[in-house]
Design a protein around this ligand. Structure first.
Ligand code: KDO
Length: 333
C-alpha cells in the first residue's frame, strides 16, 4: 500500500512508534481560519481578532488554526471579499462599501448621516432590517455575517487648520477616502475633493502633503497616529461607521453545528470587545488630541447633515435603495 505521509509526519510517526507514545493532535485536522484586515495592530478592531482566536481556542481546543494578518499584509484593503470568493481567505471584517459593490442596496449604509448613533447602528443590524439584508449578502456574496462592529463615528482630520463651518469651507480640500466609488461619493458630498488612497498610505500622504485631509473615527486617528501629522479635527460626525465580521459560506457550512455556534460566539465576543473599547475611547480622545496640540472644532453639523442628505437623495443612490428602507432604518428605535 502506498504511503501518503509527508516526510516530517513519517519521521514523527516512527519516532512516536519507537517511544511508544500516541500523537493525538497530529491525527486531528484543524480548520484553518485565515483573517485579513488593513487595521493597524493598536486598533481595537485589530485586537478584537485576538479575542476571537482566544475565545475559540478555549471553546474548541485544537479544532481551529486562527491566523491573523494585520496591516493589509495578506490582502490589500478592499480585496478581501474577492479573496474569500476565490477560497483564499476565510474571514474578514467588511465595510458597508465593500458589501455595496455586490449588494447595491447596502450602499444605504455608506451614506452620510443615515445611522444616528452606535445604539441605532446595533439595533438596525441586529433587528429585522439587518436580518433581511444579511440574507441577501449571504446569497449574493456567499459569506455569512457573524457580528456587527462599531468602528466609530467618522470625523474630518486636516493637515492644516482652517475655519470649517459648512461644506463650502471644505471646497478644494483634497480629502483622502478609501478607494471605492461609495467612499468617494461621501467625500465629495462633504464638499471636499475626494481622493482615493489605501489606509496604509494615509500617514505618509498627510506628512508629505499629497493629501490635505482624511476622515476616520477618533480611535482610528489615534491608533494610526494621524494626529502626529495633522493640525485639526472637525467634528462633522458624518458617518456612524460599521464593520461586519464575515466568514465564507464554504468554510462555515463545512463546520459541525457545535463549531458554527462556537465560531459565532467568538465573533460576537470580538465585536463586543471592539465596541466597548471604541465607545469608551471615543469619549476621551478629544482631550487627548488637544493635549497633542490639535485644534478640535465643531462645525455647523446641521448644515453638513442637510447638504449631505440632499446630495444622496438627488443621486442614483436613492434609486437603488428599496422603497421604504430608509423609513424602516429611521423608525428603528
Ligand atoms: C479607512 O480606510 O479609512 C477605513 O477606516 C475604512 C474601514 O472600512 C476599514 O477598512 C478601516 O479603514 C481599516 O480597518 C483600518 O482601520
Amino acid at each position: 500500500m502506498p504511503n501518503f505521509c509527508n516526510p516530517t509526519r513519517r519521521a514523527l510517526l516512527s519516532a512516536a512508534a519507537v517511544l511508544g507514545v500516541a500523537l493525538p493532535t497530529l491525527a486531528q485536522t484543524k480548520a484553518v481560519l485565515r483573517i485579513s484586515t488593513p487595521a493597524v495592530p493598536d486598533a481595537w478592531h485589530a485586537k478584537m481578532w485576538t479575542v476571537f482566536k482566544d475565545t475559540l481556542d478555549k471553546s474548541a481546543p485544537g479544532e481551529f488554526d486562527v491566523q491573523i494578518n494585520l496591516n493589509a499584509s495578506l490582502f490589500k484593503q478592499g480585496a478581501e471579499s474577492a479573496a474569500m470568493a476565490r477560497g483564499n481567505l476565510e474571514l474578514t471584517s467588511m465595510s458597508p462599501a465593500d458589501i455595496a459593490k455586490l449588494v447595491p442596496e447596502f450602499s444605504v449604509f455608506t451614506a452620510g448621516y443615515m445611522l444616528r448613533d452606535p445604539v441605532h447602528q446595533q439595533k438596525v443590524f441586529n433587528g429585522p432590517v439587518g436580518k433581511a439584508l444579511f440574507k441577501t449578502v449571504s446569497d449574493k456574496m456567499d459569506v455569512t455575517v457573524l457580528s456587527t462592529c462599531y468602528l466609530g463615528t467618522r470625523q474630518v482630520n486636516l493637515r492644516e487648520a482652517r475655519n470649517v463651518k459648512t461644506p463650502a469651507d471644505l471646497k478644494g480640500i483634497k480629502l483622502r477616502m478609501p478607494g471605492s466609488k461609495d467612499w468617494l461619493f461621501l467625500g465629495n458630498a462633504l464638499g471636499a475633493t475626494a481622493t482615493p488612497l489605501a489606509f496604509g498610505e494615509v500617514y505618509l500622504g498627510l506628512k508629505t502633503g499629497t493629501i490635505d485631509a482624511q476622515d476616520n473615527p477618533l480611535p482610528s486617528v489615534r491608533a494610526a497616529k494621524f494626529y502626529e501629522v495633522t493640525k485639526q479635527i472637525v467634528l462633522t460626525s458624518h458617518l456612524v461607521d460599521s464593520l461586519f465580521i464575515a466568514i465564507s459560506n464554504k468554510t462555515f457550512n463545512a463546520l459541525t453545528a457545535a463549531q458554527k455556534q462556537k465560531v459565532s460566539a467568538a465573533a460576537q465576543a470580538a465585536a463586543t470587545y471592539n465596541n466597548d473599547n471604541n465607545l469608551q475611547e471615543e469619549s476621551q480622545l478629544v482631550e487627548f488630541f488637544k493635549k497633542e496640540g490639535l485644534q478640535v472644532t465643531t462645525p455647523d453639523v446641521t448644515a453638513f447633515r442637510k447638504a449631505v442628505q440632499a446630495t444622496y437623495q438627488s443621486s442614483d443612490y436613492a434609486k437603488v435603495w428599496p422603497a421604504g428602507l430608509v423609513d424602516r432604518i429611521n423608525a428603528t428605535q
